[in-house]
Structures are given as C-alpha cells and as structure tokens.
Design a protein around this ligand. Sequence first.
Ligand code: ADP
Length: 270
Amino acid sequence: LPSRHVTARVAPLGSRLVLVLVEDRTRERRVESVRRDFVANVSHELKTPVGAIRLLAEAVSDAAEDPEAVKRFAGRMLTESDRLSRLVQQVIELSRLQGDEPLETPLAVDLDEVIRVAVDTSAIDAEAKRISIVTGGTHGLQLLGNPEQVTAAVANLVANAVSYSDCDSTVLVTSKAEEDTVEISVVDQGIGIPEREIDRIFERFYRVDPARHRSTGGTGLGLSIVKHVAATHGGDVRVWSAEGQGSTFTLVLPGNTDTSRAEARTEDPD
Ligand code: ADP
C-alpha cells in the first residue's frame, strides 16, 4: 500500500515487546476524494444556471421598454431555474445514495406502481414530442427495497429515453422476472450512444455531447443515481446501445414474483 494510505501507531509493551497497529485507510481516502470532487463539480455546475439567471435578470431590466424581449428573457429564466431546481434535487438524491449502504428496512416495492409513476413523470415531455410510451411485460412483480429510490431510477431512465429520442417515436417500458431477479427495461429508438462513451455515461456529470444536450436540460446526474440505486439494492444496470438506432437500459434487482398476482401485462399505450 502507498504510505499515505496507511496510519501506524506504536505502543511499547514492556522492555522487549512493541505493539504496532497498522490501519489501512485506502477506502476512507477514496471516499474523501470522491466527496471533494463531488463538491467541486456541484459548485461548478451550479454556477452555470445561477450566472445565466443573473444575466437574464439584467437583460430584463434593460429591456423594460420592449415587451417582446422581456417575454423572451423571462421564458429563458424559467428554463434555467427549472434546470437549477432539477440539479439541486438530483444532488440531494445522489448525496443520500452515495454510500451505497444496503437498505436498512426494505419495504415491498410494487413494480406496476413504480412503472406507472415513472411513466407519468415524463408524460408531458413525451406528449410534447408525440412520443408514445408503451408498457408491457409481467404484472404483479415485487421486490424488497426502497420504493422511492426504485421509482426515481426508473423515472430517470424513462426521462432519458424521451429526451434522447426524436419526435413521433416509441418508448417501451417492460418488466419481467428471472429466477431470483426482476428486470425493468426501457427501450428507445433514439440517438443511441457511441460505443466508446458507454463506460462513461454513469459517471457523475458526464454527458456525451454537452453542447448538443444542453437543450434537453439534463444535469448529467440521472444515470449516476440509477447506478447507485442498483448498488444499494444489490442489483445492476445494463445498457445496450447503437448510434442512430436507440438504447435499452435494464435495471436488474434482486426480487421475487408474487405468482398469484403475476400475469401477462397487455400492451397498453400511454
Ligand atoms: P443527463 O441529465 O445529461 O441526461 P444522465 O446521467 O442521465 O444525464 O445521462 C448521461 C448521458 O448519457 C446523457 O447526457 C446522454 O449523453 C447519455 N444518455 C443517457 N441516456 C440516453 C439514452 N436513452 N439515449 C441516448 N443517450 C443517452
């Protein structure tokens, strides 16, 4: 181990014996450095919308005589403040999850409900792009975990599928059970992700093409949240993607099927 990752204490135990206590602090140092980077990144990311809102506020007061310009600037202020509040909300979510500690008191999570709420969260954005969100798979699947976290993870996947798809396309959200896991897949026909980028998209604040994606109002934190939710549940997130063809994200979580309730879900648009 590098010496900076180790602390040692020496205690004499009599005239010929010495007790040496060596402590491996690698994990603590790693956690500290992750936390420092996170704070630095958050501060940097917060500066952009805050700076934009300030400039726009100045522009509004300068343009008091021109109602059209005031309207335009006010619209952009709204967009930036929405982005700011999404960012703050995701930072809070992520900082709660970052320890990847297993859940203390897992609750029953009803996947039908998770999918319903997650799809609902993106309904307005999907409608604006005439994207139909279709759900399918197996009804009545359950797992033990944190319902809010699982819903947030699936909602992030659905929101991404809508953001990175063209108008008039379809997003499919399905659930199924394997032997001792449940899987939720979100399939889109969107822009896809270049192969060389796939390993990086789960990093905090990483965006494949920040300039192009700015209009989606994303924060670069969504997939990081999904990854941490998977980790705290002892699960995994898988991705398949091809540029120009679309992407499939699958959240795999340990779970069981309530077979008495499980039944084939009929495809139901919306
Ligand atoms: P963002 O807020 O930017 O969407 P995420 O962490 O959710 O942040 O995603 C990171 C990056 O991964 C996105 O900026 C985008 O480049 C890429 N990405 C995520 N989901 C998809 C998808 N379904 N289709 C294409 N690219 C995606």
